[in-house]
Ligand binder design. Structure first.
Ligand code: UDP
Ligand code: MG
Length: 314
């Protein structure tokens, strides 16, 4: 019998944890021809999430729980979940029920037809702020144009992934993973499935601007070298520009075009402009260097505090 694993990352989701468990279990129970397991990863929640899922795991031995020692972030939580799965196919789904679990059945059908990655594409995103919609749209556009791997737009982590692709991802040593990019990068047979993204009915988003920015940055820096190359282009342009300014300064001195202005304002503008360019360049480079540093340090991506219901197989 084939086995399906479901991975759910949770960070401060006490309002929805129970509903989420119930709705997903309901769908999973209807998969009669498959063995199933549900893995919830508690990403260092500071509310009652862990209590709720621990209680559920006592009653339901099919529910496995991984609990982090602190908040390591959504991508780390999914990574940890993937590592522990034993199914022939793995479904990754958010806890907040914005991704309808009922879609899982359609995903499995497509998987049985020979597709390896079935990723859910948001047809519309209800109930999200103008700001989030706009920044998300901009981000996916920039990433799409910059990256060598064509990462599909409007796609989150909600997807079904075949065992062979999961094994590829699990074997990757890199940190600061941008999973949705890596799944496209891995190749194999990819298939989109469209759906309407629900409003978040319970609790608030766990992606404040800071986390969104980090995810966006990870996406761009791990999938594109263009920011590095941009430094060169900007450098050449600024040298050309300064040359023009230099010629202008010499000519205006020789022909006394503006002997009223001593010219220091233009110098100030130049200094400001070029030190700005330098700072931006250094900043971009430091982002890459900090990633090299991250990799060489080889610190684990997450720390597990507790595992529940895993003893059966391990
Ligand atoms: N999440 C997590 N760790 C974090 C932030 C989020 O495990 O540091 C989980 C969260 O519980 C949810 C999923 O990641 O299951 C997606 O988060 P959210 O719904 O807040 O993101 P949004 O849908 O607003 O982009
Ligand atoms: Mg959400």
């Amino acid at each position: 019998m084939k086995k399906i694993s479901v991975v759910i990352p949770m960070y401060n989701e006490e309002e929805v944890a129970l509903t989420c468990y119930e709705r997903i279990t309901k769908v999973v129970k209807t998969l009669e021809n498959y063995e199933t397991e549900i893995i919830i990863v508690n990403d260092g929640s500071r509310d009652g999430t862990l209590n709720i899922i621990e209680e559920l795991a006592q009653k339901d031995k099919n529910l496995k729980v991984i609990s982090f020692s602190r908040n390591f972030g959504h991508q780390a939580a999914v990574t940890a979940g993937l590592k522990e799965t034993t199914g022939d196919a793995v479904i990754i789904i958010d806890a907040d029920m914005q991704d309808p679990p009922e879609l899982i059945k359609d995903m499995i059908l497509l998987w049985e037809q020979g597709n390896d990655v079935i990723y859910a594409v948001r047809k519309n995103r209800r109930g999200e702020s103008m700001f989030k919609l706009l920044t998300a749209k901009m981000f996916y556009k920039i990433l799409y144009s910059m990256s060598d791997t064509k990462i599909p737009k409007d796609t989150g982590d909600f997807r079904l992934v075949d065992r062979k692709v999961v094994d590829v991802i699990n074997a990757l040593p890199e940190h600061n993973k941008y999973l949705r990019g890596l799944f496209s990068w891995a190749g194999f047979k990819q298939k989109p499935i469209k759906y309407n993204r629900e409003e978040r009915k319970y609790g608030k988003t766990k992606y404040p601007l800071k986390k969104m920015f980090k995810l966006a940055f990870d996406g761009i820096v791990s999938f594109s070298n263009k920011p590095l190359k941009m430094i060169g282009t900007i450098g050449i342009l600024s040298v050309l520009l300064s040359f023009v300014v230099f010629v202008y300064a010499v000519l205006s001195y020789m022909f006394k075009w503006n002997n009223l202005v001593p010219g220091w304002s233009s110098i100030i503008i130049c200094i400001a402009f070029f030190s700005g360019v330098q700072l931006i360049s250094i900043w971009i480079m430091s982002e890459y260097i900090s990633r090299i540093y991250d990799e060489t340090r080889n610190r684990p991506e997450y720390i597990i505090d507790k595992k529940i219901n895993f003893n059966k197989e391990n």
